[in-house]
Design a protein around this ligand. Structure first.
Ligand SMILES: [Zn+2]
Length: 400
């Protein structure tokens, strides 16, 4: 099927024919005697296009119209149009053709290299794109864009050392703070080291992550995980509690860890009093605790079970569908049975729906992702709130 870029190419051929006709000369034929009024080359090119042989038409165009000051913008425009249309191979062909010109001005060469690097990126040829961006980042008017692109490439390749280096250079050249982004690069290194049980390196990276401002809570969470994995339960508990205090939205990450540490130590009484103290300090946390418990299937802990029960009894949306008051009026056994049944259904609903959503682009996922895979922003995901949970309920209530 002819595409927008094919039409543009056809337009160019017609334009060239008209220009050639009117001026009697064009491109590499400048030095020759005036060509015949309607050059056979243009007709050949058009013929390729009419037969939908865009590649042949493009090759023909590139052979016919040499890159010079008058035509270079047309070449760039055609190349960028091909890339935007996803026809990356053709864009690459055009930009390589520009670069091949021996007497190209430095600025135009940089622009062509930058365009070619973007083509490679679009084609998923990260190695080739990286090479060109590294060259441009060394000194060109595309330095900042090249470093931004390099950060993106190193993120994809999970080459965090190089990402840190590019990020730091970008901060200097771009004149803006990338502290949060760079902190996450350090956290990635810390997590990778911790996975290999190299806790000394992991701690060093966490320290670097926490030195920047704004500070990422991921640093504290990684520190807590390291303490947990090195059996320093006291520090782990202190950190998990602090995370909940400072960033309640991370409760879903920290609360199950707190419960599991106390349970491993068979310290159920201590768990109960720690939870009571936490809820007393921050009563509005009840529904968050309930939601976390439902999502993570935490049960059998009085302080948490109370939160879940209150949540179910006071949840207006839930009340529209299930008369919990009536259900729970019976004998003690049937009341517990009714609540457990509703709780089980809620848990099932929660596990079937995304729990986190990016505040920038709306991308949602089951588990917390520090970098949004869609918009590539860092730390923009937040857990589903009550309202979103209600929406899910409205859609799926037939499952109850
Ligand atoms: Zn996003």
């Amino acid at each position: 099927m002819p595409t927008e870029s094919t039409f543009l190419l056809a337009g160019l051929f017609l334009l060239l024919a008209a220009a050639g006709w009117a001026m009697g000369r064009f491109g590499e034929r400048d030095e020759e005697a005036a060509p015949p009024p309607l050059n056979i080359d243009y007709l050949k090119g058009l013929n390729f296009l009419l037969n939908e042989q865009t590649d042949q038409a493009l090759e023909h165009f590139l052979r016919m119209v040499r890159v010079d000051d008058k035509t270079i913008e047309t070449h760039f425009a055609l190349g960028s149009l091909f890339r935007r249309r996803g026809e990356v191979d053709r864009a690459i062909r055009i930009h390589q053709n520009i670069i091949a010109r021996p007497d190209l001005a430095a600025e135009q060469r940089d622009q062509a290299l930058y365009s070619l690097a973007k083509d490679y990126l679009g084609a998923g040829l990260l190695d080739r794109a990286e090479k060109l961006f590294v060259r441009l980042a060394q000194g060109s008017r595309f330095q900042v864009q090249a470093l931004e692109a390099l950060c993106g490439i190193y993120e994809q390749e999970r080459d965090w050392e190089k990402a840190i280096e590019s990020g730091q250079r970008l901060e200097v050249l771009g004149g803006r703070s990338l502290a949060l982004q760079i902190a996450h690069y350090h956290c990635e290194l810390a997590e990778a080291a911790a996975a290999k049980k190299d806790y000394a390196s992991a701690r060093k990276s966490v320290k670097k992550a926490q030195s920047g401002r704004p500070r990422t809570m991921r640093g504290a969470l990684t520190r807590a995980h390291i303490a947990r994995d090195t059996d320093d339960n006291k520090t782990a508990l202190k950190l998990y509690h602090r995370i909940i205090d400072e960033n309640t939205y991370l409760i879903a990450e920290a609360l199950p860890e707190i419960v599991s540490i106390y349970e491993r130590e068979n310290a159920t009484a201590e768990l109960e009093s720690a939870l009571q103290a936490m809820l007393k300090k921050n009563p509005e946390m009840n529904s968050l605790v309930a939601y976390t418990a439902i999502v993570n299937d935490l049960g059998g802990i009085p302080a948490i079970d109370d939160c879940v029960e209150q949540y179910m009894l006071n949840e207006p949306t839930l009340g529209e569908f299930v008369d919990l008051q009536q259900l729970t009026e019976g004998a003690e056994g049937s009341r517990e049975f009714a609540l457990a049944k509703v709780r089980g259904a809620l848990s099932k609903l929660a596990s079937a729906t995304p729990r986190y959503q990016c505040q920038e682009c709306g991308f949602s996922s089951q588990r917390l992702l520090w970098q949004c895979p869609s918009c590539r922003n860092w730390e923009t995901q937040r857990p589903a709130s009550r309202v979103q949970f209600d929406t899910v309920l409205q859609h799926s209530i037939t499952d109850l």
